[in-house]
Structures are given as C-alpha cells and as structure tokens.
Design a protein around this ligand. Structure first.
Ligand code: NAD
Length: 307
C-alpha cells in the first residue's frame, strides 16, 4: 500500500473521471477541477457508475472532490494529471496556472493523446517535472499507462510517475522518447493503415478485416505480444516472411485517400450509420455493449487473480 497522496485531476470528462476513480480506489485523496459546471455536477454519479461495475462501496468515491477553482484543487498537491481538452494552448495555459500554485516538486502529468509533451512543457518554469501519462479509454478497465519522457523531463519524475501509477494497479511503461502516438497508437495505426489499404484495393471488405483480427491473431494478442510471438516462432521465420512481405505493405505517408473519401462523403462511422461498414442503431449498440461486457469481465478476472 502506497502512502496516500493528494492528487489533482484537471478535466472531469470521459478520461478525467475514470482516472480520478483509478487513483481514489487505491487510497489517494483526489481533487478534480473542471471549468464546466455540468462536468463537475455529474462527477459523483459517473464515479458511482464505475464503482457499481466492480461492486465497490460508494464510500470510496467520497475521497474525490469537485472544484471549480484550479487553485483550490491544486493547492498542496503532490501529483497532477491533466486530462482537459486536446489543445496545445489550453494545455500550456493549464501548466502555467498550475505552476503558480503547486510546489516545484509536484509532478505534472499530461494525458494528451498526441500532442508532444515537449511542446506542452516548452513555456514551463520547471519542465523537468512534466511527463506524459497516456491512459487508455476507459482508464478504469484498460490498465495500461504510457509514461512519456519529454526532452527536459528528469528521470526521477519518470520513476516517481511509474511508481505511483504501478501502485494504483496500472501497468505503467516507460516511453523513452517523446514521439507522436507514443507506442500504443503507433502500433494501432500501423495496423489500421494496412487494414484500410486492403479494403481500398478490394482484397476484402471491412468486415473480413475485422474477422481476421478478431478470430485470428487478435485471439492471442492479449497473452502474446508481437515480438514475443516472433521469438516464439523464431526470428529466421520472421525474417523470411519480412523478405517477401515488406516490399508489398502499404507505405501511404499521409491520410489514406480511401479514409479521406469516406470523411468527405460524411461516412463518419457508427454515430451516423455508415463508416467502413454500415450500421443500424441496434448493431452499433450491440458492439458497444459487447466491448463493455468484455472489458468488465476481463477487469474482474484480473482483480480475482490478483487477490
Ligand atoms: N477519449 C479518449 O479515448 C482518450 C484516450 C486517451 C487520451 N485522451 C486524452 O485525454 C484528454 C481528455 O480527453 P477526454 O476524452 O476526457 O475529453 P472530454 O471532452 O470528455 O473532457 C475534457 C474535459 O476537460 C474540460 N476542460 C477543457 N478545457 C479546460 C480548461 N481549460 N480547464 C479545465 N477543464 C477544461 C472540459 O470541460 C471537459 O470536461 C485529451 O487530451 C485527450 O486527447 C483521450
């Protein structure tokens, strides 16, 4: 059990409320700041819904308080997670506002999806205490966090962040260079680039791509990473496959024209009934429900295994 810390979460949205729950369930005292009153007002109800998923007592979330003043939320804070809008100016403004309130030792971690941490920290007085903490959605069910070391981040800030986030039950990994997409999104979008290209070339339809992943190598990805798998089958085989395959894989180095065309046509995905595939309201709801049920079951099983 870690020493309970005072932690501030900036942004009470989709990610912020889940991150607040993750930190509170580990015994930390969490103050959440948002500039939108509605986000603060609905925070207890959204936290209660997460607690209900795990059958956890609601008393747990009494340690999370909602604040409309950043100075109040961040005063004497040991650690801050910024999960506000994905906008560089907003994030730089939040860093500047935080630096006026917190001590020089307080670590400021940004949950940005794609903005370079180095840019978020570029106007800071103490950039050495600014790190990336890229949680995945939903953070209370997907227990990975990528801790990103920016150009000026001190190694101690990375170590402390990894230690804190490991202590709350997350698998915290160290991203040693501040590159776009960190690790997870680079891998995910390398796969999407080829998936989109296969469909655009008429090799198969979108449903078939999804089937190949879900019924094929996706089955083992949860227990066997791609490089572990290469080591398992042997690097000689991996090399032989790469010799044939690498010259043939898609190399589009911009938004794929097939994706561009979909967006221009307004085929934006489940929310409007058409994306790479067509979706009825019921089908879209069934996908959401299937994903949620799967993630909750996985999280519950992991908790049972830990006990
Ligand atoms: N949604 C995802 O799947 C996901 C996954 C990983 C990382 N992220 C990143 O996490 C961050 C938050 O994303 P989200 O999906 O929770 O967004 P969201 O829109 O659900 O929530 C953002 C919250 O920040 C608040 N906010 C905006 N500007 C603010 C300011 N200046 N001060 C205080 N609060 C402010 C908004 O009122 C809102 O409640 C973004 O940087 C996003 O890129 C999102």
């Amino acid at each position: 059990m870690q020493k309970p810390l005072n932690i501030t979460v900036v942004g009470a949205g989709l990610m912020g409320h889940g991150i607040a729950y993750v930190l509170a369930q580990a015994g930390h005292s969490v103050r959440v700041y948002d500039r939108a009153q509605e986000a603060l007002a609905s925070l207890p109800e959204r936290l209660a819904k997460i607690a209900d998923l795990f059958g956890a007592p609601h008393a747990l979330i009494d340690t999370v308080s909602a604040h409309s003043e950043l100075s109040e939320a961040a005063e004497s804070s040991d650690f801050v997670v910024e999960a506000a809008a994905e906008n560089l100016e907003i994030k730089q403004f939040i860093v500047a506002s935080l630096e006026a309130v917190v001590s020089q030792q307080t670590i400021i971690a940004s949950n940005t999806s794609a903005l370079p941490i180095t840019r978020i920290a570029e106007k800071a007085f103490n950039p050495e205490r600014i790190v990336g903490s890229h949680f995945w959605n939903p953070p209370h069910l997907v227990k990975l966090v990528e801790v990103v070391q920016a150009e000026k981040t001190a190694p101690e800030a990375v170590e402390k962040t990894i230690s804190l986030l490991s202590g709350v039950g997350h698998h915290a990994v160290h991203v040693k260079k501040d590159i776009p997409g960190f690790i997870g999104n680079r891998l995910q979008h390398a796969l999407k680039r080829e998936a989109i290209d296969l469909v655009s070339k008429g090799v198969c339809d979108a449903e078939t791509v999804d089937d190949v992943v879900k019924h094929g190598f996706g089955k083992r990805l949860g227990v066997l990473g791609p490089l572990e798998q290469s080591d398992l089958v042997g690097l000689g085989l991996t090399k032989a496959i790469h010799k044939t395959l690498m010259p043939d894989l898609d190399r589009t180095n911009t938004v794929h024209p097939f994706l561009e065309e979909k967006v221009v046509l307004g085929h934006l995905g489940m929310a409007c009934g058409e994306g790479f595939r067509t979706w009825t309201l019921e089908e879209a709801e069934a996908v959401r429900s299937r994903l949620n049920t799967f993630l909750v079951e996985q999280a519950k099983a992991a908790k049972t295994n830990d006990q």
